[in-house]
Design a protein around this ligand. Structure first.
Ligand code: PGA
Length: 259
């Protein structure tokens, strides 16, 4: 595993404004006991970004991220939020989460465009990709990931790659989809290896090493160790478990331990 792992907490639409600030406060307390080498990022909903930012000021161990941003820089997009609008608050942003893709017109091309746009604005994208249960059943995982990776990398220059993080999230393994089983850690590491090879083919080995590759899907303190101990896994994207401060702090500790 990389020396500087990335652990992203995706709070989704689960918390009230008050609960978001309280969660940030609890995490600050719990994580101040640890020597952190990696990037720990929490992603509240937009309206809570300023308050969580204020709560975390003077605590650089915890970085702030957004859960989504629009692919256009500005325009007549009612209800949407632009890169320039999140820039005062965040250093990171999740892009192309499957739950966003479900409720917007977010294609792979637009995901790629958004990721490149974020990098131009100094925000690190965490791009989500992964196959559905049906694609997995049809044995299409490799084809789906290869296509998503090709479209993603098309918008990138070699230097921009060092700001890119990609999370492999098999959609069927996300806790909200109530998975009957979880992916084998060895299989997820195999998919990340495929992703790294595709980056190396499009650029070179050195460029491929610089992209951070995460696993996401029902990660808990009980399961995280088995995923991050596999070779080539640079961290995790955590949904449900990231809204429980003790659980998330324990996940951070276990990932750091494996690094
Ligand atoms: P989960 O969510 O950890 O609750 O499965 C992960 C995600 O959707 O990013």
């Amino acid at each position: 595993m990389t020396a500087r792992p990335v652990i992203v907490g995706n709070w989704k639409m689960q918390l009230s404004h008050k609960a978001s600030v309280e969660l940030a406060r609890s995490l600050k307390k719990l994580l101040s006991k640890h020597e952190l080498t990696g990037h720990v990022v929490v992603c509240p909903s937009y309206p809570s970004l300023p308050a969580v930012q204020a709560e975390l000021s003077g605590f650089p161990q915890l970085a702030l991220g957004a859960q989504h941003v629009h692919w256009e820089e500005r325009g007549a997009w009612t209800g949407e939020v632009s890169v320039a609008q999140i820039r005062p608050f965040v250093r990171w942003c999740i892009v192309g989460h499957s739950e966003q893709r479900l409720c917007t017109e977010l294609t792979d091309e637009r995901v790629s465009r958004t990721a490149a746009l974020l990098i131009r604005h100094g925000i690190a994208p965490v791009v989500c990709l992964g196959e559905t249960a049906q694609q997995r059943a049809a044995d299409e995982t490799v084809a789906v990931i290869s296509r998503q990776m090709r479209l993603l990398l098309a918008a990138f220059t070699r230097p921009a790659l060092s700001h890119l993080t990609i999370a492999y999230e098999p959609i069927w393994a996300i806790s909200a989809n109530e998975p009957a089983m979880l992916p084998e850690p060895m299989d997820t590491a195999g998919t990340l290896l495929l992703m790294r090879k595709l980056i190396a083919n499009a650029f070179d080995d050195e460029a491929a090493r610089r992209v951070r590759l995460l696993y996401g899907g029902s990660v808990t303190a009980a399961t995280v160790g088995s995923y991050v101990r596999e070779p080539g896994v640079d961290g995790v994207l955590v949904g449900s478990a990231s809204t429980h401060p003790m659980e998330f702090a324990e996940i951070v500790r276990l990932v750091e331990e494996a690094a």
